[in-house]
Write a protein that binds this ligand. Sequence first.
Ligand SMILES: Nc1ncnc2c1ncn2[C@@H]1O[C@H](COP(=O)(O)OP(=O)(O)OP(=O)(O)O)[C@@H](O)[C@H]1O
Ligand SMILES: [Mg+2]
Length: 307
Amino acid sequence: MLDFLRQEGIEESLISRIEQYRKDFPVKENDLSRIPCPKFKYYGSEIWKLAITAILSGENILLVGPKATGKNVFAENLSAVFARPEWDISFYLNTDAASLIGTDTFRNGEVSFRKGPITCCAEAGGFGVLDEINMAKNESLAVLHATLDFRRIIDVPGYSRIRLAPSTRFIATMNYGYAGTRELNEALASRFMVINMPIISGENLEKLLRQQYPTLREEYASQLTALFEEIRRKCESSEISTKALDLRGLLAAVNLVYNGLDMFDALNIGIINKSFDDFERTLVEDIVSARIDGKLRKADIFSAESV
Ligand SMILES: Nc1ncnc2c1ncn2[C@@H]1O[C@H](COP(=O)(O)OP(=O)(O)OP(=O)(O)O)[C@@H](O)[C@H]1O
Ligand SMILES: [Mg+2]
């Protein structure tokens, strides 16, 4: 992963501080399996620089952005780069203090405290990914205030205070900017450095396609990138909504072609059908067919050795 950061143009001074961090905070044998080995790499050197510096400075970070901007991929990449065990915690409407911090349970006739993921992460000095943090009710997150600010403690009523191990960091993610997304209250947002996650650039999308599909012919990597860029432009000018601007759907469509569908069917179910409205779906279909030949199949877009 560190070599990948070098390729991305991250300064050597930051990289050597990451190496020092790894040395300063070795991981216990039991937690080694929690250090992720990311299947996908995050492309975007500006974002890397912001996040690495914030983490080295002791801050927690909040990744904000539209769907499929790589928020979870990036959080996992960060845990891997810093070699931290990771706890992934999904937030939903009923998330409460007990599900985060822990709760009393009966074991062998005795009451004991069963640690929740935040507590386990804090003791191990791991990275806690607070996924879709804005989906929880703000009131139930008040329990995290002391954990996320300078106090760095977990206060469990009836038990002693737990101090966060020094290497513990929290990386929250949140969708923002379209119907159905919820606000995060100011007190909570104030405890994070907020990083706006951009839609991937054309240049980085080509790199990503090449990484994920090494046998995809270059010509088609650039055609698909141009298609994605065009959909993005139409969204920016409000000609269509952001439903079809779905990188996840585009990547999946390439895989569907690899598995036997023709290009039209693959892009249809991967991208076009994401617009449920008939009028908009037709617009997206026109954008796709103007750029990509729907009859293309595996043998056309992948090089010979993979066919
Ligand atoms: N900048 C990027 N670099 C690498 N991969 C990216 C980037 N942006 C998006 N992706 C790809 O997009 C897909 C979705 O990523 P991920 O699940 O992390 O998105 P997300 O932002 O968490 O989305 P959601 O808000 O819908 O949960 C992955 O396949 C990921 O590789
Ligand atoms: Mg996500």
